[in-house]
Ligand binder design. Structure first.
Ligand SMILES: Nc1nc2c(ncn2[C@@H]2O[C@H](COP(=O)(O)OP(=O)(O)OP(=O)(O)O)[C@@H](O)[C@H]2O)c(=O)[nH]1
Ligand SMILES: [Mg+2]
Length: 200
């Protein structure tokens, strides 16, 4: 059992040396800026504004660790694909992303990545780069198809079908239609998180 109401933003790390080393399983959220990562954190935890949601994407460049009931961390990674970053913001983004995914001494605590993809748009070229990296990393991952409230039922079926047969998404990869606003897919995403973290 896990009490999902017992949650704190443990750290908003702006530098890799601030990453947490507590021995808890971590589940990370990856996706382009504006895909709905922070909204998913809020929706999963039933909170309106624990994670900052923004209409203007890509401005905050931090790795946010949410500690849930002392049992696991949800880790919100900085979004990619935001063109209007300054050189400094871009450098901070690279240092953090590389620090978390590549040079992370605690990478064994990362149990799964939730790769968010906007279901209306499908994988962008940055998403395809990320999917390629995920496929070669050996880290278990699932695709969360976000903003599915913006599709008709027919569009949703066809777009989820396209994800399921996408050449960069291996057969058997879980694909979960999700909406933060309509609360669709929460139970399924929680199921994946708790299984990956070995909690139940
Ligand atoms: N209709 C709809 N809008 C959503 C949904 N999820 C997020 N949004 C909207 O999409 C925009 C971006 O959402 P965020 O959660 O801030 O996206 P993010 O991935 O955290 O973006 P960065 O922090 O820039 O990487 C906001 O205007 C949200 O209200 C959803 O499920 N449905
Ligand atoms: Mg965000």
């Amino acid at each position: 059992m896990i009490n999902t109401q017992n949650v704190t933003l443990a750290i908003s790390a702006g530098r890799p040396d601030q990453f947490l080393s507590e021995p808890l399983p971590q589940i990370a959220l990856s996706g382009r800026s504006n895909v709905g990562k922070s909204s998913l954190v809020n929706a999963l935890l039933g909170r309106k504004s624990l994670a900052r949601v923004s209409g203007t994407p890509g401005k905050t460049v931090t790795v946010n660790y949410y500690r849930i009931d002392g049992k696991l961390f949800l880790v919100d990674l900085p979004g990619y694909g935001y063109a209007k970053r300054t050189r400094e913001e871009q450098a901070a983004w690279s240092a953090l992303t590389d620090g978390y995914l590549v040079r992370n001494p605690n990478i064994d605590r990362l149990k799964m990545i939730l790769q968010l993809i906007d279901v209306r748009i499908g994988p962008t070229s940055d998403d395809n780069t990320m999917l390629g990296w995920l496929n070669s990393s050996g880290i278990p991952y699932a695709v969360v198809a976000t903003k599915c409230d913006k599709c008709t039922r027919t569009e949703l079926e066809s777009n989820v079908g396209a994800l399921a047969t996408h050449p960069n998404i291996p057969d058997g990869t879980p694909i979960i239609p999700f909406s933060s606003t309509k609360r669709i897919g929460q139970r399924e995403v929680w199921g994946l998180i708790l299984d990956a973290a070995g909690i139940r």
